[in-house]
Design a protein around this ligand. Sequence first.
Ligand SMILES: Nc1ncnc2c1ncn2[C@@H]1O[C@H](COP(=O)(O)OP(=O)(O)OP(=O)(O)O)[C@@H](O)[C@H]1O
Ligand SMILES: [Mg+2]
Length: 236
Amino acid sequence: MSTPDTCVRARAEIVRLTSGINGLDDSIEGGFPFPSVILVAGSAGTGKTTFAMKYLCEGAKKGEQCLYITTLSEPTQWMMRYAMQFDFMDPSYFDDQIVYMDLGDKLRTMKPNEILNVIDEKIAEVMPTRIVIDPLTVIGNMMGGDYRQFLFDLTNRLKNWNAVTVVTGEVQPNELYPTEIAYAVDGIILLLLSDEVVTRRKYVEVLKMRGTNHATGRQPIDISRREGIIVLKARF
Ligand SMILES: Nc1ncnc2c1ncn2[C@@H]1O[C@H](COP(=O)(O)OP(=O)(O)OP(=O)(O)O)[C@@H](O)[C@H]1O
Ligand SMILES: [Mg+2]
């Protein structure tokens, strides 16, 4: 199996792919198991898209191929406008290494199996080591009864590719993660907001990472133009 540059070989021969999030890789034995599907869950504005962008740029910087799939029917320029705010984002990545795919229209018109085939065909074309689906949970609102079966089929297909897929999940402020996806993924990372209104802080917590002796408990994060998301303990 060919492996990208950012992989490190850890104990028990699990190949890992660095997340690019400063301070997170130390908490998960060097990176995400390769290949795998990782859920990044959080309520509105907790940093899910920033996480996903940093993850893809980490790969692009190392010469890897990346695929960003949005479910929101957003034109490329709209996404680029926000992405370009970050210092780590190089516009030239979008010429070649980060391929953008808008699934929004297809979700409205295609059957679940056709959507799976479209995703598979795009992956076969791009051959990415890093894939993002952001936000995955929008599909549930459109698909109704077939959603659970779709998630099961999607995660199984994604695991057959030589890639680590980060899927983002939107939740209500009182929920931790979308339970209908949790069982099928290899890892769950929560992005959290504290309850205090005036001094509200942002946190990350690794809830599950198969094959990994990961840190437990929430760790404070910062979101900035320079680094995207950073785990604050990493600042030493
Ligand atoms: N350049 C920046 N500097 C500081 N903080 C930022 C910057 N860009 C974004 N943020 C913070 O990150 C938040 C949004 O991050 P992001 O869009 O990644 O969240 P999200 O979880 O994807 O949100 P949504 O639920 O809308 O999809 C902003 O509300 C802001 O608090
Ligand atoms: Mg988002």
